[in-house]
Every structure is written in C-alpha cells, then in structure tokens.
Design a protein around this ligand. Structure first.
Ligand code: P6P
Length: 333
C-alpha cells in the first residue's frame, strides 16, 4: 500500500480547501516539534543515568527539564514561521507574544507541552496536546482576552502520544486522522484514517480513589458499572486508568471507552482538575470529530465560555451513549 506522509496528507487537505496554507505550515511545524520532543522524552532515562546522582534530583530535574524542554521546543519551533499571532502554554502563566523581529499570522496556538509528565520516571506513555484558534480580526497584538474563545471556535486540534510508537492524531473538524512516526525516515506516516469512537463500550477510565469526593450522579454511574452483569446495566465492565490523559484518550479513540475526571468536593473551588484550553477543548474537538461526546456533566465542553487562560473544568468524554447516560444522571439529580 502506498505510504502517505503527513506532508502529502496536509497538501491534499489544503487542495480540498479544508485548510489554509498557514494552517498547513502550523501543522507541519508542530509535527516537527513533536519529533524533537519524542527524541528528548526517549532519552529521559538515559539523561537520568547520565545526569545528577540521587533519585529525587534526577526525577524532579528530569521531569522539570523535560516539561521545560518540550515547552521551549514548541515555542522556538513556532515563533519565527509567520503563521501565529501569539501562543499560550500550560507551563507558562502569561500568553507568549511573537517577538518583534518575526512576522505574525492569523492563528493562536495553545499547548500542554508534556501532559502526564509525572509518568515519565516510570516509563509510561505521555504526550503533547495542542489547540488552534483564529486571532480575532484586526488584532495585531493579542492579549489573554483574545484567547477567551469557546472550544467550538477551534480550527484544529491534536495530540501526540510518546508510547511504544510515537503517534500524532489531528483534526481540522472533519474526521480524525492518525500518523505513526517512522524513526528511520523521520517522517509521520498516515496509518489511522478516519478514526471513530464506538457509541457503546465496556471500558471506563476514572481515578477511583476519589470516589468519596464525587457528586451523586457520578457515584451512581460508577457504582452501576461496578455492579456488572448482576446490576442495572446487565453486563460487566472493565476499568483502565493510565493517569496520562493522552494515553487514556488515545485508547478510547482506538477502541472506545469513557474517560472521566469529574468535579469533586476536593477541588470544587478550582472547577476541576483538567484545564479547559489545553486539555479539555482540544480533546473534546477530537472526540466529537470521531463521533464521540464530551461534556462537563452539565454542558458540552466545546460550549464552555472561557474566562481565564488556565481555568479548569470537569471532563467526561468518549463513547457517546455512555457520556449521554452520565449527563442524564446529572439532569435527574
Ligand atoms: P491523577 C496528568 O497530570 C493529568 O493532568 C492528566 O494527564 C491525567 O488524566 C490526570 O492528570 C491524572 O490525575 O489525579 O489520577 O493523578
């Protein structure tokens, strides 16, 4: 079968009018940055061996180093290209303007440079998540307020997962497409066309240690899954929790499932654990484009009106019929 590279795929998407030349450039640049991050992530252990003695320094240093390395790679890769008006990173409190010496473009790029990085020192998959918005018309120097757009305004979203293989998943709204890094060639090969999430599933992902803090609708939903065939659902379920959102979402995109980081009483004042702009919105765009659903439990994630760059939301996403059930339990409560 002819191997289609990411570049060929993006050029064909542009020819179909599904993306502008600048958006194509943005995707190519992010993909190149992902390759550089993948090289650094895989060195993590080696750096640990070659780096400072003492587990806490190395682990803390290595984790922090890799978070910062990934963040710097994404910023340096994107700031000169002329396709962005500004950037924002989960790692950095303020938005990142484009330096004066570079031209500016029409897009705003937001990213979580290394999601799940606490898993690196135990060699579990981590990833990079990104979201693309349009810079508001006529705005030459964007401020944080210009980033406060709902998820429905995203023009593209994607993530990479640094696992047994490095994969890049992206959508520009119509369909979800997966690429696998051919390390020998250094190119992403189109391996997963039109990924879709089955409407039903028997797998759920949630950190069960928080059960006593969940709201009643979530406690009801999870207890029904745990009751299995003898319970109201009449069938058995299985659980998976990687504690890397990218890895859990990628499994769901590949074979179905429901992922939940619901509101709990421990973090009610923060609004949830996961961040709206860097985690929930891009993943919600991808999940919906793959036929799934993504809700806070009370509203569609993509409809949430952002008020702060680093705001958090509850996240319930994946197989549509299961997400809709959880939402119905919230409505009944
Ligand atoms: P917990 C990683 O830190 C993260 O932001 C997500 O990637 C992941 O789903 C979640 O937090 C894990 O949270 O509370 O289980 O450690």
């Amino acid at each position: 079968m002819r191997r289609v590279t990411l570049t060929q795929f993006l050029i064909e998407q542009q020819r179909k009018g599904l993306m502008s030349a600048d958006l194509r450039l943005l995707m190519e640049v992010v993909a190149r940055a992902v390759k550089a991050i993948a090289v650094n992530v895989s060195k993590g252990a080696l750096a640990g061996v070659l780096g400072e003695a003492g587990s806490d320094n190395v682990q803390g240093e290595a984790q922090k180093k890799l978070d910062v390395i990934a963040n710097d790679i994404l910023i340096q890769a994107n700031e000169w290209g002329g396709h962005l008006a500004a950037m924002a990173s989960e790692e950095v409190e303020e938005i990142r303007p484009i330096p004066g010496e570079y031209p500016k473009g029409a897009y705003l790029l937001l990213f979580d440079p290394l999601d799940g990085s606490s898993n690196i020192d135990v060699n579990i998959s981590v990833g990079t998540i990104f979201s693309v918005l349009r810079c508001p018309e006529g705005v030459s120097t964007p401020t944080e307020a210009d980033f406060m757009q709902p998820g429905t305004a995203q023009v593209a979203a994607g993530y990479s997962v640094y696992g047994p293989s490095t994969q890049l998943i992206l959508t520009v709204g119509s369909g979800v497409h997966g690429f696998t890094l051919d390390r020998e060639m250094g190119s992403f090969i189109y391996t997963h066309p039109d990924m879709t999430i089955p409407a039903d599933t028997k797998e759920y992902a949630i950190n069960g240690s928080n059960e006593r803090f969940w709201e009643a609708p979530v406690q009801r939903y999870i207890s029904e899954l745990q009751a299995g065939a003898e319970g109201p659902r009449g069938r058995d379920f299985n659980t998976r929790w990687v504690a890397s959102m990218v890895a859990d979402v990628h499994r769901i995109l590949t074979r179905g499932g429901i992922f939940m980081y619901p509101l709990d009483s421990k973090m009610k004042d923060k609004g949830g654990k996961l961040r709206l702009m860097y985690e929930a919105n891009p993943m919600a765009m991808i999940v919906e484009a793959a036929g799934g659903a993504a809700s806070t439990g009370r509203e569609r994630i993509l409809d949430v009106k952002p008020v702060k760059l680093h705001q958090r939301v509850p996240v319930i996403l994946g197989s549509r019929n299961e997400v809709e059930r959880v939402v119905s339990y919230h409505q009944e409560s």
